[in-house]
Design a binder for this molecule. Structure first.
Ligand code: NDP
Ligand code: NDP
Length: 315
């Protein structure tokens, strides 16, 4: 299949694997790229030297295009930007911050730059800064999330009418049917996180992957809104946050409970009660840990099948 997103990245299918902290190492990124999608290395959880190592390993493991995700609130973002340029990475997705400064730096290097947003205002700003494409991520998504709580169903058409650049939909998408729905709303590609977090190649701990498989509807919650909204699986840590919030705790008290490295504790070290487990609502639909390449193939098969079925419907 060919459209503006496949052409922009030089890939076969318009499926981008989210650059998720603690899940998206080089193994996952290259498994997705080798299957025809676009794999991303999630830089947010990596120290600069680890990040460089993952880029090099990815280059050795695939001939296909791959990219990196850089959250702009990362503590040593300038070091990471230099590594991306030094290592000759061609595709960068930025998130969680203002893309103005870095987009022009990356564009000077001839790179493809994509930024992740969750509302109309930032989508318009992004286009003005010269990004090549936008990821619009809805309320259903796992991990860090927009303040506005706009769902993917409402967000995608809104962003579609607000910008001209290629649009990649994210949040709540884990199947070919959901991908087709996103295309019906005006997206030209999808970014998928949760489904790949529970893949064999994800670097997350097996205990976290198992929690994703077991999750049912209602098992995730957008929490910590007074610090930074993040969708997590409900566990002992989330219950402690709720208790504090119910008592009207201050931001400082919540920050003290959060401490440092909660996401690593839950997602990488497998402490599923005390750690942060960042995952989307669509985890309710995920019931098996599978190889990432098979996931890509299945999504595309279902996408085409659902498209044919709809074309044959008599409305
Ligand atoms: P590598 O073995 O090539 O890992 C390279 C380096 O990156 C290691 O230092 C690794 O940490 C670290 N790393 C891997 N993924 C991430 C990430 N998403 N964010 C930040 N740092 C990361 O590649 P893989 O990551 O694919 O393999 C990791 C290995 O670790 C596997 O063999 C897996 O079984 C194992 N693992 C162990 C866990 C644990 O809690 N003990 C949890 C998850 C995976 P490190 O040296 O700590 O693995
Ligand atoms: P914390 O401050 O609680 O902990 C920092 C964690 O990041 C530690 O586990 C640490 O590993 C690891 N780390 C990797 N590189 C660095 C570095 N250069 N300096 C300090 N710590 C580093 O942060 P969080 O776990 O909540 O978030 C980590 C990062 O992920 C942030 O940059 C955050 O913005 C980003 N993030 C982005 C998301 C998105 O864009 N959608 C979603 C979620 C997080 P160690 O314990 O080994 O020291």
């Amino acid at each position: 299949m060919s459209n503006r997103v496949t052409e922009l990245f030089g890939i076969r299918y318009p499926i981008v694997q989210g650059g998720m902290i603690w899940c998206s190492g080089w193994k996952l990124a290259t498994a997705v790229s080798n299957a025809g999608g676009l794999g991303l290395i999630g830089g947010g959880s990596m120290y600069p030297d680890v990040f460089r190592e993952h880029i090099r390993k990815a280059r050795a493991a695939t001939q296909k295009p791959f990219g990196v995700n850089l959250p702009l609130i990362y503590p040593q973002v300038d070091d990471m930007v230099n590594i991306v340029i030094e290592e000759g990475v061609r595709i960068v997705f930025t998130s969680a911050g203002n893309p103005k400064k870095y987009t022009s730096m990356f564009k000077q290097q001839g790179m493809v730059v994509v930024h992740v947003i969750a509302n109309q205002k930032f989508a318009v700003k992004c286009e003005e800064t010269g990004v090549d494409a936008i990821v619009a991520e809805g309320f259903e998504a796992g991990g860090h999330n927009g303040m506005e709580e706009t769902t993917t169903l409402a967000l995608i058409p809104l962003i579609r009418k607000s910008v001209k650049v290629p649009l990649i939909a994210a949040g709540g998408i884990a199947s070919g049917r959901a991908m087709l729905a996103a295309f019906a709303l005006g997206a030209e590609g999808v970014q998928i996180g949760s489904r790949f977090a529970a893949s064999e190649e994800s670097s997350a701990h097996t205990a976290f992957k198992q929690k994703i498989v077991e999750a049912r509807d209602g098992d995730t919650k957008l929490t910590l809104k007074s610090i930074i909204p993040v969708r997590l699986i409900k566990n002992e840590f989330v219950r402690k946050v709720e208790e504090l919030e119910a008592r009207g705790a201050s931001r400082e008290e919540l920050l003290e409970l959060l401490g440092r490295g909660r996401a690593k504790l839950g997602m990488f070290e497998g402490n599923t009660e005390e750690g942060e487990l960042e995952i989307g609502q669509v985890s309710a639909l995920i019931d098996e840990i599978r190889p990432a390449g098979e996931i890509v193939e299945e999504i595309m098969r279902e996408f085409h099948q659902a498209k044919q079925e709809l074309a044959g419907e008599k409305f």
